[in-house]
Design a protein around this ligand. Sequence first.
Ligand code: GLC
Ligand code: CA
Length: 535
Amino acid sequence: MKSSPWWKQATIYQIYPRSFFDSNGDGEGDLPGIISKLEYVQELGVDAIWLSPFYTSPNKDGGYDVADPRDVDPRFGNLDDAKKLIQVAHSLGLKVIVDVVPNHFSDQHIWFQQALRAKRGSAERARFHFYDANEDGTPPNNWISLFGGPSWTQVEDGQYYLHLFDSSQPDLNWDNPEVASDYEVTLRFWLDLGVDGFRIDVAHGLVKENLLTNHPDPQGISDALRLDVSMDPEIRYALLPTVPYFDRQGVHEIYRKWRKLFDSYKDRDIMAVAEAWVHPPINSTRYVRSDELHQVFNFDLLDAPFKSDFLYEVVNRSIELMDSVGALPTWALSNHDSPRVASRIGEVQARALALFVLALPGSCYVFAGQELGLPDGEIPDSSRQDPIYIRTKGVQKGRDGARVPLPWSGETAPFGFTTGKPWLPLTDKWKELTVEKQSVDPKSTLNLFRTALKLRADHLIDQGSIRWLESPEHGSKSSSLLGVRRGNVSIYMNLSDSAAEVEITGKLLTVSAGIVDSRDGKVTIPPISTVWVHH
Ligand code: GLC
Ligand code: CA
């Protein structure tokens, strides 16, 4: 049974187009490549795909530097391919979500090219944030770009423009009505082509304030905002609420207008999910008020340690917070900006956590490759492409590790991903991780995902919320056990390296690792493992 509307408890599979499947041997994944693998995606049991950007782009930031938001970059194919992808996905029962990047354009977008040629104070410059230099020639404030280096770049006549990310990604000025109306054209363009929703990049960033004010620790906040930079959670969560350029109240006005636009597509159930990592966490609920967006990403599991108290806190708080506005949480363990979960917390741990999270109420985002248990790729510095690596002069390695192409088949790299040279190298060590190998191994991570997604649909998603059975605050068991009951299923995650015993009777639905011993009203949960038991 599917819950309604479709997105409420959907499992959404994130495809990074460049790394999925290459159809023409140029070493980069593309839209025809995705089309040819949609049956694989459908067999996984997910409800929807989210496509990271495939728009016209010089690709300085993996396509999040958009030069024409209403066209397809030739490296990925063309608009007909996009149409076909949507049609084929729909014919397989998959919804399609596309990424939109409204915070900034590429410096190759015609507007920015016009702004460079125009004068200070012109209408062309007013689409971005151009300011004069300070008297001593320095930039208007001391902010550090999220990719390292200053957030401002100077142009020929001495003015500076703001870019929270790479210098090739000038931030748009959302106080300018022209920017807002152009973006509505973009949203309609994709809706008219048939997409079912949007992932809104840097959704909390559109409105800028404090543009002429310095921050006491600009490098600190820039690092804290990056999930690929490891940091003591206490330091991180103390810095985050001080970020001056995100989560301004004005963004909500924008989403109220967008919501009206979405709802004007009356019989379509259009959804939008905000990439908005805001602090304190209560602020995230504002993005999903009933007249705004449908979902907001929950980033807390992307850097969460594999510790029961921390995970309990995150899960509990996320459900309660979203409940306060009548929304459901979202869950993600990996994405294209963070280290892969199998590398971050360990392979077995990642399986256990995935199986736990797939039982929770709300929507689950699965980053392509996560279902294979892929670790981060091993990338020689000479092959790195992330602007973070370049802008920090190698001090930070960046996010390429999570973006290595998928291994499909065969015994040696690049494992069928391409007939050419892959844009990032795959390693021969992934021999056992290919789709081909894992498909026929009942114990593989791929089959764990397939099984779990089916069981989730059959037994869990119509069952309301969870009730805690074991946690640091509930139950009486060891502090390394988390247990919840949802509908007729009990879900236990054992985080310790010794087996744990619980008193329940029922039928084992699935287990993430190890062998479950169940007799005399007791179930033994293997070390570092999650079990689902049906009553
Ligand atoms: C988002 C994207 C990231 C990109 C950045 C700038 O955080 O997920 O990949 O680099 O925005 O667009
Ligand atoms: Ca290609």
